[in-house]
Write a protein that binds this ligand. Sequence first.
Ligand SMILES: [Zn+2]
Length: 202
Amino acid sequence: MKVLLDNGHGDPPITGGKHSPDNRLKEYVYCREIAQRVSRELTLRGIDTILLVPEKTDTPLKERVRKVNGWAKKLGSQNVVLVSIHNNAAGADGKWHSATGFSVFVSKNASSKSKKLAQIFTDNATDMGLMGNRCVPPEKYWVQSLAMTRDTVCPAVLTENLFQDNKEEVDFLLSEEGKKAITTLHVNSIIQYIQYVNTLNA
Ligand SMILES: [Zn+2]
């Protein structure tokens, strides 16, 4: 199993402009750091992991999708899993908002494995107290048409790691405690997913 970590966005000017109202958290910087931490932890545990977009420039979604599908074609789509890492935002008005919490997205055409991975994420986020004040859908994931999950041919989820326009959550996200929590959520969820796939194949 090869784990592909997609850190959302890149340097301005394309989508790199997404940031907290006070500019302390820049989404592309934060997600890059989390992806690197997750990659380190998984690699230490012997799990084959790569950063999909190590370059700093903003790689277009089409190119990201092309990279993922290239790996899927090479290794077999069931031997690859994609996690796209983001921070959520409640508004686009440069103001603080009250929405909090973790959420995970799959596409309408999601496979049962994508849904299983999303459910694992939500269960772990619930156990870790990261679900905030958003309602949780009964299936434990949100369904939305997003290129990274819709156009890729392997199991794939997109994680929205708390809100970059909620002040308390930005404080938490930027703390070492917060970075460790978001990293641990991804590491444990991916490991549990791999164990789940191994039981299917056994
Ligand atoms: Zn994003």
